[in-house]
Write a protein that binds this ligand. Sequence first.
Ligand code: ZN
Length: 214
Amino acid sequence: MTPHGIITDEWIVSYASGALSEAHALVVASHCHYHPELQQKVLDAEAIGGGLMENTQPAEISDDLFEDLMSKLDGVPANDEPALQDSKLPAPLAEYLDKPLDELKWKMMGPGLSQVRLWTGPNDERLWLLRAKGGAKVPAHDHNGLEMTLVLQGSYRVGEAQFTPGLMEIADDDTRNHCPEIDHGEDCICLVVTEAPIKIHSLIGRLVQPFIGL
Ligand code: ZN
């Protein structure tokens, strides 16, 4: 059984194979940054995938590109995340943002809640950051498709379950009346990806895209 707040092996394999969208890949990479055992799983899955690719190497992927991908993967476990403002962002996210949190375009989305949209993909997939004051409540909601939430700072609860930095919450169509409550204290900052019905993109041509931002 997968521990509380940790993604399943299916996600690891999808990530390692490049089957995830840019947003999902970034959230998974950032999540893995907090957990050395997940980083090892990614490397293992990648090694297996690399072996498979030697037999079915698509023509459009050059050796250079593949090596670049591998070096990027090697970079995932690095623990040298830059300290931005008062928070420590996982390296993949810090690299993606390329600027301090306070310089992003935060927009109010409710009492004590603000957000900044980072990316909008096909099928209306959205990657965004949520910043919530301690004690704030996210309005109850249902979902169209998957919602992945990675805690970067602070913490929140959904019923009995508490989510702290590095833990991931996955909600879906079956998660009714989702109503996260921010713990009192510091602001809670989360990286969130929400999507429309299509969950996983499995185009071989996107193998490298999530990692090198093509
Ligand atoms: Zn939700």
